[in-house]
Design a protein around this ligand. Structure first.
Ligand code: ADE
Length: 255
């Protein structure tokens, strides 16, 4: 997979050189490039923002540097050049625009986006990017405004760190033991069960006896029950969707 991130703070994305994502890049599993939006300006101040039409507080990101940057990264994403979808239409890279006004990002979207050839992230700052950039980009990209959650960050960079990590770890070979992707929170619509390690007794607290029993059937049943209980307590919204069959159904016969 190729990922391009455009930002006025490229240093913000430095953590993507670390840990599993950094290793995936080194191993050639992920081709991730970070671009400075100011490199696509033409004035001597390298300006990227201006005052909003209609008035109001803050500044808006100017359209032209964005169009230049996005055209350059789309052209550079060789994987999509000339490629066709199964319907015979040219494949477009996906442009993700992090925004509190976007579609809420979740694990299902992480799985979906992990299938793409090229993802481009456009990190807005200030009051946002001139809306005409989004309209123009529809011609060249599949545009997906996406929110990390119902709160406001100072810009898209932190959201990109989270989304790239969530997507990147699903790419084949990135996580050493793929089994660990199967039983984690959100993979089946429920939260993960609690986990324990040695010692079995710690500060007068015991590991649940069933986990020491060696009875794999009972352990699986206990874990499923804990998933259900925890989800009901912490995220009743998820449980509602799970019960309504909107989320992947796993075996709940124990309940
Ligand atoms: N930019 C600012 N706030 C954001 C949020 N909640 N999600 C994604 N991008 C953002």
């Amino acid at each position: 997979m190729r990922i391009d991130v455009v930002s006025i703070f490229p240093e913000y994305l430095a953590p993507l050189e670390l840990s599993l994502i950094g290793k995936a890049r080194q191993d050639g599993l992920l081709d991730l490039r970070v671009h400075d939006l100011r490199d696509f300006t033409t004035d001597k101040h390298r300006s990227v923002d201006d005052t909003p039409y209609g008035g109001g507080a803050g500044m808006v990101m100017k359209p032209e540097p964005w169009a230049q940057a996005l055209a350059a990264v789309a052209a550079a994403g060789g994987a999509t050049a000339g490629a066709e979808t199964t319907e015979g239409k040219p494949a477009k890279p996906v442009l993700i625009v992090p925004s509190p006004a976007g579609e809420r990002f979740n694990q299902a979207l992480a799985y979906e986006l992990a299938e793409e050839e090229q993802l481009v992230f456009a990190c807005g700052r200030y009051e946002g990017i001139d809306e005409r950039v989004i309209e123009w980009a529809e011609e060249h990209f599949t545009v997906r405004p996406m929110s990390l959650g119902d709160y406001v960050l100072n810009g898209g960079e932190v959201a990109v760190l989270a989304m790239v990590e969530a997507i990147g770890r699903l790419l084949p070979g990135v996580v050493g033991n793929p089994d660990s992707l199967v039983e984690e929170s959100h993979s089946d619509g429920l939260l993960e069960y609690p986990v324990y390690t040695k010692p079995s007794s710690w500060r007068d607290r015991e590991v649940p006896a069933v986990l020491l029993s060696g009875n794999h059937g009972k352990i699986a049943q206990w874990r499923r029950h804990e998933q259900y209980r925890r989800t009901a307590e912490r995220r009743p919204d998820l449980l509602e969707a799970f019960d309504a069959g909107k989320l992947p159904r796993a075996d709940r016969t124990a309940f």
